[in-house]
Each structure stands twice: as structure tokens, then as C-alpha cells.
Design a protein around this ligand. Structure first.
Ligand SMILES: [Zn+2]
Length: 192
């Protein structure tokens, strides 16, 4: 009986998890790419899907482009976050990223993803491509107006107005957005 892709991927993920750093690097060369790709999209356990996407990013990034794209539709936000990284990670790739394709996908996530965590991360990832694709600043400026989440509007406005591409993390941005709102309220309530 041949073992299913999910079983093969499961065993690999489990084995990888028990190894030291040095031995992980060696095992990475033996990754069963096809099985791990199937499991990244179809394994019922979300932690395994995350692990599979992580391993693909590190050891088979070039071959897994389409898997990352499909995983952007995973029902679980934390899985989509790993997919977002894999899709846009330039450190793990050996071939050049197709910026036009990646930006199109990222803009779509920024508009449509239901998770504020995911959209927030998308602003940060998109900003890295700002000088390579004109649609980036446009999309970020739109989010600064339209996003339902105040922290995302806050960071997006900062990028769009200052051109500074560093995007604050979610916690800090939520705090800053709250402070800004309180300042505005105070101004409005001040007696004339
Ligand atoms: Zn990476």
C-alpha cells in the first residue's frame, strides 16, 4: 500500500520538528515537495498546514508559488498569514519574484481579506514593493480611507503620506490609532 500525501507530509513535519538546527538544514534537502504541497492546502489540521507552508517557503519556495497563492484562500487567518509570507518572501527564493503578479494578489487581499491581522500584514508586505509598482501606493492610499479597521487606516495613511515604508506592528498601530482618535475628540470637545 502506498502512503498518502498527507501521511508522508505529516511524517516529514513531525520529524523536522524534533531535529536540531543543523540537522534540519540537511533534512530540508529531502523534503517531499509534492506531498507537502498537497498537505499545505488540504490537511485538516491547521498547524500542519502552517508548518507545510513554512517548510515550502524555506526549502521549495520557487516551486511553490501557486501553492502560496491558493493558500491565501485558506479559511484560517493564521494559515493565510504564512501563505502571505511565502508568496512575497524574496529571501527564500533563488529566482526573481514576478512583482506584477505578487502585487496584484496582495492588493486583492488588502481589499477582500476578512481578517484585520492579515490585511495589516499585507500593508507591510505591499510597502516593500512600493518603488517597483505604481499600484502599491494607490492601494495603500485607498486602504487609508476605506479600511474598516482604524489601525490599518492609521498605518496606511502614514505610508501614503510620508512615503516611509516601515509599517508599525499591529499592537503599536492600534495604540497609536486610539491615541490619535482621543486627540481629535479632545480638540472637538474643547470649548470655544
Ligand atoms: Zn521566507
Amino acid at each position: 500500500m502506498t502512503r498518502s500525501d498527507l501521511e508522508v507530509a505529516n511524517d516529514f513535519v513531525r520529524r523536522w520538528g524534533t531535529l536540531s538546527k543543523r540537522r534540519r538544514a540537511r533534512l530540508g534537502g529531502e523534503i517531499p515537495v509534492a506531498a507537502v504541497q498537497v498537505a499545505a492546502l488540504g490537511h485538516p489540521d491547521l498547524a500542519t498546514r502552517r508548518s507545510c507552508l513554512f517548510l515550502l517557503d524555506h526549502y521549495a519556495s520557487d516551486a511553490s508559488w501557486n501553492v502560496f497563492r491558493l493558500a491565501l484562500r485558506d479559511p484560517v487567518a493564521s494559515v493565510r498569514e504564512v501563505a502571505l509570507h511565502g508568496l512575497s518572501c524574496e529571501r527564500c527564493r533563488t529566482t526573481a519574484l514576478c512583482v506584477a503578479d505578487v502585487v496584484a494578489d496582495l492588493v486583492d487581499i488588502l481589499v477582500h481579506d476578512p481578517s484585520a491581522e492579515v490585511r495589516h500584514k499585507t500593508v507591510a508586505v505591499l510597502a516593500r514593493f512600493a518603488d517597483r509598482d505604481g499600484r502599491v501606493i494607490e492601494a495603500i492610499a485607498r486602504a487609508a480611507e476605506d479600511d474598516a479597521d482604524p489601525a490599518i487606516r492609521y498605518v496606511a495613511r502614514h505610508v501614503a503620506q510620508s512615503g516611509q515604508l516601515h509599517v508599525r506592528g499591529r499592537k503599536a498601530a492600534l495604540r497609536d490609532a486610539r491615541r490619535e482618535c482621543a486627540r481629535r475628540d479632545a480638540k472637538r470637545l474643547r470649548p470655544l
